[in-house]
Design a binder for this molecule. Sequence first.
Ligand code: ZN
Ligand code: ZN
Length: 433
Amino acid sequence: MILVRPRPIFNESARGYVLRVSEQNGLETPRWLLSYLGEKDIALKGYAALERILKNPEHGFEGLRGPVANLAQLNAPDLGNLPIRYWNTRRPRFCPCCLAESPHWRASWDLVFMVACDKHGHQLNDQCPQCQKPLSWDRSHITTCACGFDLREAATESAPEFAMQLAREIELRLQPEALPQAKVFNLWHRLDLEMLLKLVWFLGAYSRNAHRKPQKIVGLETKLVAGAMVEQAMAILNNWPAGFHRLLEEIAARQAPTLSSNKIGAKFGWFYGALYKSFPGPELEFLRLGFEDYLREHWTGQLARRNRRLSADLRSEHEWISIAEAAKMLKMRVETVGRFLEEGVLEGELHVTKSGRRMSAIRLDSLNALLSRKQDWVTLKDARALLGISRKRAYALLEQGVLKPISGPSVDGQTLWRFQRQEVLAIGAGGEF
Ligand SMILES: [Zn+2]
Ligand SMILES: [Zn+2]
């Protein structure tokens, strides 16, 4: 019979609490707790099962955080509803100094991206310094490794700033109603714990070239891999947007340099979809704006640079320029060039991002073709002279759609009408007027 029924401590690890219950009742490992469940308790799961084992303690389980995993019937989700993927259930980490202050397991240590103690400035340990084995939950005492080593005696190493920074942000979000009091303004100050961890995961995974399976990071339970992801994500967030743009450059560069990958979707692959699908909230607007800024500033340049790897012949056919550059060369408004692109007068790619921004790249060869055609453009006065017609007749032809302007008041708001000389001459030759 279970005699000792400890009260949960605020923000105590649920898995750690189960170990504490097992330890205080003299059990060898928490697995022995399962033997206190009878046949009639077979349907009980999670906290209901734990409640039965503890004979309905009056204190309940409030204050516990994190899932209970690998304990059969006692497995339970996080009471704070943070999905299990953000919890490290396999390999416990700890701060020796915190353990020395109070022998209970902190829930924050169980988070995958928690690699430091912000209170003591130490890296968390996830290995026993005596037996050199990863720490395990299958042990008898909170403060002791299965080999008998007192974890409070473990040597400490000071934590790097990026690890401390994220640890502070996490601890802040584990406090009740702590966020409104956050004094430091930064990009992520409005993100709740789940969104913050999701963002670190996203940036860290893509930095590690894990874009094929960004949801599955091998070795994430180790301090080494988790720490590397935190380092990369924090470097990007602390150097916004330049750091993010560097990541985008890397992602774009990883794609095979084929012409078909000129489309944004192909170039950025899953990253692009994930960016808009996984982070829809207004608090992550900065992420999408950062991406769109990058496209505007670097996209055409990037394509041009990459295309330099192609032969000179191919390059001249496939060089791209931005819509603003094209407008300058054509001495036209950007809107007009955009319309040319939509109508097929110019070839290129028109891309409207999901937040409604327009981004275009224009093929240089189609621009050159338009420039030479443009030399052949004539004004209304020239057209009249070519056809030998009156002003009134010319306007009638315009209205009837026989004279088709390429530019002008009704087309793109330009003051002067422009016509293709060849088309005007064709009208004259056909005697259509
Ligand atoms: Zn500590
Ligand atoms: Zn050990």
